[in-house]
Design a protein around this ligand. Structure first.
Ligand SMILES: Cc1cc2nc3c(=O)[nH]c(=O)nc-3n(C[C@H](O)[C@H](O)[C@H](O)COP(=O)(O)OP(=O)(O)OC[C@H]3O[C@@H](n4cnc5c(N)ncnc54)[C@H](O)[C@@H]3O)c2cc1C
Length: 439
């Protein structure tokens, strides 16, 4: 049984997913225009949560925090948020059975699971005479908006970004207004606890998104230095929509081209995933799926634990394990080391990052792993094997980052390198060469 609402008049539903904010929310804005009071809903999706092995998952805690905040803001104004823990299809069966719903509003989601889920829900709602409206919200340009003149999707970043910028030029976004009096007035509804949904709090420190203009302005000079506060740490807020991408892109376009390019990479990888969903399991360049990976489980374990004896890799993996974050430069080095020096399948590394990263996002994670391993659409060439020592000399010259995460660095307690960097590089080149030779 769902909580009661005051009367039988028709209402609209707004379904929050990866857009966990009230302000400047496209789908929510359109729900306000429906002419009916809006009941917002969030579903802790059992299909997704059930697959998370670690029941102390920082991402679940992050979502929970913002759901609680949205609910409180709505309740302060006499409305509420319906929070369910269910499979989305079952949740909608219950919602439709209980309330007089005229239409459901939500924002587009481009991942294969979400596309399939939304299609099932659309069909179900239509059968029940309920309209299902979805809107673009998590990107500036989506699906078929940045494509080649002949209508194909781009697979190379530079022409994609040129077209993206051409389309963007001169565009201004008006913030979608929050209309609190359009929400359904009703009693507060219950909120399941973290334990009710099968998780435990981890004590993660969660803050509202803060856009640091000072960091964005100097981003091109500072972003590669892991010991500096040189990147925005907004990834998790973009991932869960606690920050509007339109707001950030507007600033990026004004303040820093390099930063804008990174936001375009994010949309590029989303476009790649949308047009080539097979990359979830396959290499973009199919011939690279013939690489003879060594896939040594003990080597993989050392990498996961930050016990490889390669300082920059270990520092990064330890940062990831301790915080859920890893600096981008170090992500590239750690991914190159795993796939090239250790010859471990990029899918193993991708899955580990997917389990640990607070800002985990399927399109960007997959795109960057395939980039680093050389298997992706616009990837680093296979013969570009990052040298973690040279990378450290350039980007952590005083070992500040390394010492922050490896307290025993420089003492006899720090382990010896698990592989010789030069020999493992040669082995990588020979292995990839065989595959590329077959292409
Ligand atoms: C192996 C590997 C795996 C990665 N996995 C993810 C992931 O799961 N989720 C994710 O959001 N990013 C991923 N990235 C990209 C990048 O490392 C992170 O976006 C960035 O480090 C997040 O830190 P930040 O929020 O301070 O970003 P900033 O450097 O301040 O950049 C701002 C935003 O731009 C976007 N961005 C920046 N760099 C990239 C990039 N290379 N590709 C796509 N978008 C980018 C992100 O949304 C980021 O939050 C991965 C990179 C590598 C090499």
């Amino acid at each position: 049984m769902l909580p009661q609402i005051p009367n039988e008049s028709p209402i609209s539903i707004f379904w929050f997913r990866r857009d966990l904010r009230l302000a400047d929310n496209a789908g929510l804005h359109h729900a306000f225009r429906s002419g009916n009071p809006v009941l917002p809903v969030f579903i802790f999706d059992k299909n997704i949560l059930g697959k998370l092995e670690d029941k102390e998952d920082r991402r679940v805690e992050f979502i929970y925090h913002f759901i609680k905040k949205i609910k409180k803001a709505l309740e302060d104004e006499g409305s509420t948020l319906l929070v369910l823990h269910d499979e989305p299809e079952l949740a909608f069966e219950k919602i439709i059975a209980e309330y007089n719903i005229q239409s459901v509003y939500t924002n587009h989601d481009y991942e294969p699971y979400s596309i399939e889920r939304d299609e099932k829900i659309r069909k179900f709602l239509i059968e029940k005479g309920v309209a299902f409206h979805t809107f673009k919200d998590q990107v500036v340009f989506e699906r078929f908006e940045v494509i080649k003149p002949a209508g194909e999707a781009y697979t190379i970043f530079t022409p994609y970004s040129k077209t993206w910028k051409y389309k963007f030029h001169g565009r201004s976004f008006t913030e979608y207004k929050l209309e609190m009096d359009e929400f359904l007035i009703t009693d507060p509804m219950p909120l399941p606890t973290m334990e009710d949904i099968g998780f435990k709090a981890t004590g993660l420190k969660i803050e509202d998104p803060v856009i640091r203009e000072d960091i964005i302005k100097t981003y091109h000079q500072t972003r590669d230095y892991p010991a500096q506060e040189g990147s925005t740490k907004l990834g998790v807020h973009l991932r869960f929509g606690t920050l509007s991408i339109r707001k950030l892109v507007k600033l990026a376009a004004k303040l820093n081209e390099t930063f804008l390019n990174e936001l375009i990479w994010r949309e590029f990888f989303m476009s790649i995933l949308y047009h080539h969903p097979r990359i979830v399991t396959e290499s973009f360049k199919v011939q690279y799926d013939r690489i003879q990976w060594l896939n040594n489980p003990e080597d993989f374990k050392l990498w996961c634990e930050g016990q490889t004896g390669i300082p920059l890799v270990d520092a990064g993996m330890r940062e990831l394990n301790a915080t859920g974050h890893m600096h981008n430069r170090v992500r590239m080095v750690a991914a190159s080391f795993l796939t090239k020096n250790l010859l471990i399948d990029w899918r193993w590394g991708e899955a580990y990052f997917a389990a640990k990263l607070l800002d985990y996002e399927l399109a960007s994670n997959n795109g960057n792993w395939q980039w680093a391993s050389g298997t992706g659409c616009d990837a680093a060439p296979y013969f570009r094997v990052f040298n973690p020592e040279t990378q450290q000399e350039k980007f952590d010259p005083e070992f500040k980052y390394i010492k922050q995460w490896i307290p025993e660095y420089g003492t006899k307690n720090y382990i010896k390198p698990m592989v010789d960097l030069e020999e493992s590089r040669e082995r990588c080149l020979a292995t990839y060469q065989k595959t590329v030779g077959l292409a």
